[in-house]
Design a protein around this ligand. Structure first.
Ligand code: ADP
Length: 441
């Protein structure tokens, strides 16, 4: 409508101008045609300018145009601006999404219809040994060559996962689980996760069950043997008493084992020890010392020296039952493993950084350095027979370490073969109150 009006105006203007200058019908007609020609030339110039601007992807402001062309360019400009904003937002969201996947500890690989790698995150590179540049657009079967994975791909049964050693870890210690998920148009999403810790936990659980079964089976077998002996043989009173005493020892061994296992499971399931329940260090040590002396009297007929050295006055915060159990375990180990006529000493000590240490030292056989890091593992023993002989379960130091850690501390072991050992529970300064003489009053 506007364009027709402008064309008519151009024609009318030409006609009026001709009439004014050279009146005559031929002049008028030519001038009107000239007006239409000027209009067409002007229109085509506008169209060309708009075309040029559009060819440059409508970058920047639209050119200065007139009439309908100005309106078209303005609308295109607004549409393009809106589109660009939408694209920018979509790209930002995609970037955020990709960086979230990058941050994932699980590996993610996108595969196209031919099984070629399109994109992968850092975890997938580490799990599968992918070089993102070299392996881009490579078929996944050529990138991951583990036979288990190849068989998994060939089986086309992707509802389960496949586990194998991570090709990205040359040490051969990392186990991964990989699963494929179909999506879109015959594309695949490959997910991988590190299952090393899960496998280790499973193995520890299996070992633990096997160890417990073994520890319980041994005394049970002995007791069953004695029961059969008592049932089948005609024994006199003293022989019967002898066998019953042996059975009692084995039953007691099982009892100690079960109670150590219960202690461990209670420790694992109970809340952290209180930080405001204070116990006097000398009261704790007095209790531990008297138990250790009693044990030493039984095992070493009073030939061992078991004593407490001068200690600074202090209070420690925590659970007294746990602290007594940990300290008592160290003391009873020292008594049990140190032979007759040996020395066992215990004391509290103040460390330079304000931490406190309860240490038990002995001049027993000592332990070779190779064993030290494993001593607090459950059921780890340096000398199986010596441990059993003296009523050990192999759980004592595991319990001590657990209790020390629950109190924010640690178990520190020093030992030298032939010289003796020093086992210490270190408690952090925040769980210790040092008392000078005035405070004590
Ligand atoms: P156990 O019940 O066998 O004593 P522990 O966990 O208490 O189990 O100790 C683990 C092992 O550490 C023991 O079997 C023993 O070989 C060694 N051990 C612990 N304390 C001492 C010590 N004071 N002297 C020598 N060896 C020790």
């Amino acid at each position: 409508m506007l364009r027709s009006l402008s064309l008519l105006t151009a024609i009318a203007l030409g006609w009026v101008l001709a009439r004014w200058l050279h009146p005559g019908p031929l002049w008028n007609l030519s001038a009107a045609l000239a007006g239409a020609g000027v209009w067409l030339w002007f229109e085509s110039r506008q169209r060309e300018r708009l075309d040029r601007w559009l060819k440059l992807h409508a970058e920047g402001k639209p050119p200065a145009l007139w009439g309908v062309w100005a309106e078209i360019s303005e609308r295109v400009f607004r549409a393009v601006r809106l589109q660009k904003r939408k694209t920018r937002n979509a790209r930002r969201r995609l970037d955020e999404f990709l960086s979230a996947i990058q941050a994932s500890p699980n590996g993610v690989v996108l595969l196209d219809q031919l099984g070629r790698m399109e994109w992968c995150n850092q975890a997938a590179c580490e799990h599968l040994g992918i070089d993102p540049e070299q392996d881009a657009r490579q078929v996944v079967r050529n990138i991951v060559r583990d036979p288990a994975f190849a068989a998994y791909l060939a089986s086309e049964k992707y509802e389960r996962e496949v586990q194998f050693l991570s090709p990205g870890d040359r040490s051969g210690q990392t186990h991964i689980a990989v699963q494929l998920f179909p999506y879109g148009q015959k594309r695949f999403l490959l997910l991988s996760r590190d299952i090393t810790a899960i496998r280790r936990a499973e193995r520890m659980r299996r070992d633990f069950v096997a160890n417990v079964s073994h520890e319980i089976k041994t005394p049970l077998t002995v007791i069953r043997g004695f029961v059969e002996t008592l049932q089948e043989l005609r024994l006199d009173e003293s022989q019967q008493q002898h066998y019953l005493a042996l059975m009692g020892t084995q039953a007691e061994r099982m009892n100690v084992l079960v109670s150590d296992l219960l202690t461990l499971s209670t420790l694992e399931g109970s809340p952290p020890p209180p930080a405001n329940d204070w116990h006097h260090g000398d009261a704790l040590i007095a209790q531990v010392l008297s138990d250790a002396k009693a044990l030493s009297d039984v095992l070493h007929k009073g030939t061992q020296g078991v004593n407490c050295q001068a200690s600074p006055a202090l209070q420690v915060a925590g659970k007294s039952r746990e602290l007594l159990s940990a300290m008592g375990n160290l003391a009873s180990n020292a008594v049990r493993y140190t032979p007759d006529h040996g020395e066992v000493r215990m004391a509290w000590k103040r460390l330079d950084n304000g931490d406190a240490e309860f240490a038990v030292e002995d001049n027993g056989p000592g332990i070779a350095a190779a064993h030290l890091s494993r001593l607090s593992e459950r059921f780890y023993r340096v000398d199986q027979s010596r441990s059993r002989e003296t009523g050990g379960t192999g759980l004592g130091l595991a319990i001590v370490k657990h209790i020390a850690q629950r109190h924010g501390g640690e178990l520190v072991i020093r030992s030298e073969v032939g010289k003796g050992s020093r086992f210490a529970i270190r408690l952090p300064a925040r769980r210790v109150r040092w008392l000078d003489a005035a405070d004590e009053d």
